[in-house]
Design a protein around this ligand. Structure first.
Ligand code: AMP
Length: 300
């Protein structure tokens, strides 16, 4: 495997100013792996769903070339998240989180995933992220995401997980919540003290920045005319970011910057429709042409 991801595979009910969907395919690991699948076909997914998870969702993931040996189908109901976005579309208000089958989930990483070079700990309980991390030998790059729920309810476990990762990807609000710093740049600096070699902070419509001990890089968001549903933008960003890194197998500063632009491009497509609907009809040509546009709007 070139990329392994652990995270949620979910059924989401989402309301935005543009409309709403019930029990649509979602989950951090889902958005991540589908996005990464535009760059590499060697992705293993570790997660759990319930017996109610629709077969067409499984078929869709398979059609993207994602390996599902690590996806357990357990007795019970699939993880369900329900959220709402206001007019500003900045940040979801979580209406309910039903962990369901995730409550008793104990991840067993398949043998063929264990030598993966790239590991993504998508948003899920940090104890599960750590369980998976312990089963992977010598990954070249370990990247982690999280959310406000775990920062407030599992802070100690989260800080323990973060100690062992190379890159933390987090949004600006979460960075403030985690560090207590008001300024995003200051919070990024403080996160480096927690252990990661690099932090990437997603700032929604204001783009993305990254900081390491010796480097700083910032890029705008793609200038979209309208946003339909921001759900999964962060995970889709991470999928494009890691998918590109894994496909080139080069973790240099220059390549990380390029990977962040591919992440930005993937996220910009994802928010154009509900669930993964835009990714379902996305083409490699569209990705490359938006990547070229990003180059032209940032060049001077
Ligand atoms: P994002 O918009 O990138 O933050 O991710 C949205 C996805 O995160 C949705 O599809 C949800 O199913 C998933 N999600 C929401 N809350 C949680 C949680 N507590 N643990 C894991 N995944 C979650």
């Amino acid at each position: 495997m070139s990329i392994v991801v652990v995270g949620s595979v979910a059924l989401d009910s989402v309301e935005t100013p543009s409309g709403k969907v019930e029990n649509a395919l979602g989950g951090s690991a889902t958005y991540f792996s589908v996005s990464a699948s535009f760059f590499t076909n060697d992705i293993g997914l570790v997660a759990v769903v319930g017996k109610d998870f629709p077969k067409e969702n499984i078929d869709f993931l398979k059609s993207r070339g994602i390996d599902l040996e690590g996806l357990e189908i357990a007795e019970g109901k699939t993880f369900h998240w329900s959220g709402r976005y206001g007019m500003s579309l900045s940040g979801a208000e979580t209406l309910s989180t039903k962990l369901n089958v995730f409550e008793k989930f104990s991840p067993k990483v398949p043998e063929k995933y264990k030598a993966t070079k790239y590991l993504f700990l998508a948003n899920i309980n940090p104890e599960l992220q750590m369980d998976v991390l312990k089963q992977i030998k010598n990954a070249k790059l370990v990247v982690c995401d999280t959310m406000n729920l775990w920062i407030s309810q599992r802070r100690e476990q989260l800080l323990e997980t973060i100690k062992h990762v190379d890159i933390l990807i987090i949004n600006d609000e979460e960075a403030r919540q985690l560090t207590g710093e008001k300024k995003v740049d200051m919070s990024a600096r403080k996160i480096l003290d927690y252990g990661p070699k690099r932090v990437i902070i997603k700032k929604g419509e204001h783009g993305v920045m990254t900081l390491s001990d010796s480097t700083y890089f910032s890029a705008p968001a793609y200038p979209l005319k309208s946003v339909f549903d921001p759900t999964g933008a962060g995970d889709t960003f991470a999928g494009g970011f890691m998918g590109y890194l894994a496909s080139t197998d080069e973790v240099s500063e220059t390549n990380i910057r390029k990977a962040m632009i591919y992440g930005t491009v993937m996220a910009s497509f994802n928010v154009e429709d509900f669930s993964l609907n835009r990714q379902r009809r996305l083409t490699k040509d569209e990705i490359e042409s938006r990547f070229a546009e990003m180059r032209s709007i940032t060049e001077f």
